[in-house]
Design a binder for this molecule. Sequence first.
Ligand code: AMP
Ligand code: FE
Ligand code: FE
Ligand code: ZN
Length: 282
Amino acid sequence: MRIDLHTHSSVSDGTDAPASLVARAAAGGLDVVALCDHDTFDGLAEALAAGAREGIRVVPGIEISAGRRGVSVHLLGYGCDVGDGALGAELAAIRQGRDGRVPAMLAKLAALGMPLDAQEVADQVGGSPSVGRPHIADAMVAKGYVASRDEAFASFLADGGPAFVPRYQVEVGRGVDLVHGAGGVAVIAHPWARVSRSVLDEDVLVQLAAAGLDGIEVDHGDHDQATREHLREIAARAGLLVTGGSDYHGTGKTGHDPGSCLTAPDMFAEIESRLAVESSRA
Ligand code: AMP
Ligand code: FE
Ligand code: FE
Ligand code: ZN
């Protein structure tokens, strides 16, 4: 069984439509793929329908823009009820924060000699309800300011970079509670990639596990082998599930091809059994 529990579509900052993403995952030999767009469930219906056609199991997911002490932490939720009111309200607040920071980022880019207008960003956002820095990066590429998304982040958009503007994020412990309230399973995405490592030491992961966090994503392209081994030990001590996923965002974008990092079948079976318990309570 080949199980990839972390991908993005054009409904957030990926570039493949949900159905194309699922078709690609199936053609690549995956048995299970989770769609985890940032802060929106809008791609799930299309992805689930495509999964039925393509003969691949699609797990409904989300990647929630959470944080701790103002530092970004990404939280994956699997099997959430997309109609849950409390989670839906929080996601709406996060998306509002995403919209609200765009003008400030464009002002910073203009001051750096790289003007972009709102329409040039909108052209990259397309139909996504969840505007993100990758869309601004794509607009910078289209305008010829940088050669790639990665260059846009490395030089300007990364956390603390010259064109970075923070936005609203939900406190990670509250995010876990919201995922559980919606019947889902909560897993911290790439805990030791980029900035989140600074606010997620072993003690914090143990505390979050005691408060109900289900698992951590260990097998991720931004974790080297030593990091993965260390996180696996912490997970074993804390009783956390271990997952893996590609964080695919589209060909040539940040992240890797579907299936480049996988979740072990026994871990996926445990996620499914927790989801079954939650749905039988509903
Ligand atoms: P945002 O959600 O608007 O804050 O942007 C975060 C998204 O940008 C992440 O989900 C990644 O897709 C991408 N990203 C964040 N940091 C980097 C980086 N240093 N290099 C490339 N992409 C990044
Ligand atoms: Fe992303
Ligand atoms: Fe992420
Ligand atoms: Zn992701």
